[in-house]
Design a protein around this ligand. Structure first.
Ligand code: NAD
Length: 286
């Protein structure tokens, strides 16, 4: 669909990283933006950065926990009077690296609540409104290469992202079946230079042996991302291009796509899964 002034884009997890870059990119494209996040202080900093350019479109920030279905619905309802939302980016996400048996029950639930229920809450509130408007609209769900390829220490995160991949593909089929004017994109980046490895569930004290193992993995991932990660602004540019082209698949790390083909081949060949670190941490420059 065309992106043009007068439309509104809503981004979840907009205070940092990819969401922040998306909010600023929609702003630069002349759209009204509603940036939402749980981090109120970082949202204020985002608002200040956005308003510094003096653009004419509205740029509002709103504290919103994507786990809170009633709050997401209330926000959607409050935006109806202003013409609703034409572009929805279900982007908020959290990650804790651990072996699958080491996550507490609370941490498993937190990961699924934010990464999966957060996306569903966004769809439940906004898609019916998009359908009712009859106007072109677009949904972008942030998945990950981790939604295609499993890795050690990322079992819980990967499970949430496999879920996002599945539900987003079904969303596309359900909208197609209705002949809806609502496009869908699945954003599946590899490493991006953000602070996602600093996310921490409140119940995670950082004190026990499992937490220290998790901290070691975080540090390895931080370093890998700092060395080879893409800039959030480059991811946002890819997303805007995909919306304009009406394109479903958004793979900013194009060099990683052959690994999906390889993985599918190894499944068909019934090969025993064995993780190859050298291959997994390969960068586009290798
Ligand atoms: N950084 C990467 O390497 C990478 C790679 C692939 C996919 N992703 C995905 O990109 C998305 C954005 O992550 P990022 O890397 O920009 O991380 P980030 O930590 O920089 O930003 C995530 C934002 O989500 C917010 N958030 C956390 N819980 C929330 C909640 N309950 N409700 C609303 N907001 C909440 C955080 O406050 C933060 O501002 C995530 O879905 C992540 O899984 C990131």
């Amino acid at each position: 669909m065309q992106l043009e002034p007068g439309q509104t884009a809503l981004v979840t997890g907009a205070a940092n990283g990819i969401g922040r870059a998306l909010a600023l990119a929609f702003r630069a494209a002349g759209l009204h933006v509603v940036g939402t996040d749980v981090n109120a202080a970082a949202l204020q900093a985002l608002a200040a950065a956005a308003l510094a350019d003096g653009g004419a479109a509205r740029f509002t920030v709103q504290t919103l926990d994507v786990r809170d279905a009633a709050a997401v619905e209330a926000l959607a309802a409050s935006l109806d009077a202003n013409g609703g939302v034409q572009v929805l980016c279900n982007n908020a996400g959290v990650l804790v690296p651990r072996s699958v048996w080491e996550h507490s029950d609370a941490e498993w639930r937190w990961l699924f609540d934010v990464n999966v229920h957060g996306v569903m809450n966004g769809l439940r509130a906004f898609v019916p409104r998009m359908l009712a408007s009859g106007e072109p609209a677009h949904v972008v769900n942030t998945c990950s290469m981790g939604g295609f390829l499993a890795s050690p220490m990322l079992g819980a995160y990967g499970a949430t992202k496999f879920a996002v991949r599945a539900l987003t593909e079904s969303l596309q089929y359900d909208l197609q079946a209705r002949g809806a004017k609502v496009g869908v994109s699945l954003l599946a980046p590899g490493a991006v230079k953000t602070a996602i490895f600093d996310a921490r569930h409140a119940g995670n004290s950082g004190a026990d042996a499992d937490d220290r193992a998790s901290e070691g993995a975080r540090e390895m991932m931080r370093q890998g991302t700092a060395a080879a990660g893409m800039e959030p602004a480059a991811i946002a540019a890819e997303v805007l291009l995909a919306i304009r082209e009406g394109r479903y698949w958004v793979f900013p790390h194009a060099y990683m796509v052959p690994a999906i083909v390889e993985n599918a081949g190894s499944i068909v060949a019934r090969q025993e899964p064995a993780f190859d670190f050298a291959k997994a941490w390969k960068t586009g420059q290798d």
